[in-house]
Design a protein around this ligand. Structure first.
Ligand SMILES: CCCCCCCCCCCC(=O)SCCNC(=O)CCNC(=O)[C@H](O)C(C)(C)COP(=O)(O)OP(=O)(O)OC[C@H]1O[C@@H](n2cnc3c(N)ncnc32)[C@H](O)[C@@H]1OP(=O)(O)O
Length: 184
């Protein structure tokens, strides 16, 4: 991992988003807004084209340096399976202590993507089906795994599940299609 501060920035940004998501009314809200706008302007000056950015493009950083998805820490990554832990911060809260339903396919897409990348393939998600089996708790280490069911030509059929101990929170099935040479 390159020690240029971006791993810490990603972690700090996640913490900030979790704090925003759980904060009540605050007397410093205008100061915060002003700070955010100031930093937005500073960062806008160094806007980069895709391929030269950090967010989501730095494979040496946790979560590729992005905060779009819940935390995913892979422990096993092969061309046929991925296993690791997932963690949904408060930012991903939906209601009644459960993760927002839309964030589960977001996690699964990311996890499936590791298999495609490990296979050296440029691929895109054609479909991703999620079954919500039990509420996904916030702030708990969860176990996630994904595997290749079968490959047919350019089509990669994938499956995954997310567990809280013995409890299955969600399952997913997806089709990733390997891109043709020259596809954008
Ligand atoms: C280290 C950390 C890394 C971590 C890295 C983590 C990265 C995160 C990964 C995120 C991945 C994404 O979200 S990607 C972004 C979301 N996805 C997209 O935007 C995709 C939008 N759609 C497309 O671009 C296109 O439709 C494609 C690429 C999916 C397919 O187009 P194509 O290449 O022209 O192929 P096409 O001929 O249409 O289809 C090929 C075969 O697939 C079948 N097929 C295509 N779509 C479907 C479908 N929805 N349902 C069933 N079957 C389908 C066709 O029938 C055909 O079967 P047959 O006739 O051959 O039998």
């Amino acid at each position: 991992m390159t020690d240029d501060g971006y791993a810490e920035l990603t972690s700090a940004l996640r913490g900030f988003l979790d704090a925003v998501a759980t904060a009540g009314p605050h007397d410093q809200v205008q100061a915060l807004t002003d700070d955010l706008r100031r930093w937005t302007a500073i960062l806008a000056e160094s806007r980069q084209e895709e391929g030269k950015r950090v967010f989501g493009e730095r494979f040496d950083l946790p979560d590729r340096g992005q905060t779009l998805t819940p935390v995913f820490a892979p422990q096993v990554v092969t061309t046929s399976k991925v296993e690791g832990t997932a963690w949904f911060g408060d930012y991903f809260h939906g209601s009644n202590g459960a993760a927002h339903g839309g964030t589960l396919p977001l996690l699964f897409d990311e996890v499936f993507g590791h298999i495609a990348v490990e296979r050296g393939s440029r691929a895109r998600t054609a479909y991703l089906h999620t079954d919500f089996r039990s509420v996904t708790p916030i702030g708990v280490d969860l176990q996630v795994r994904a595997w290749v069911e079968r490959a047919e030509g350019r089509k990669l059929f994938l499956a995954a599940d997310l567990r809280d101990g013995e409890v299955v929170c969600a399952e997913a099935e997806a089709l990733f299609v390997l891109l043709r040479d020259g596809a954008p």
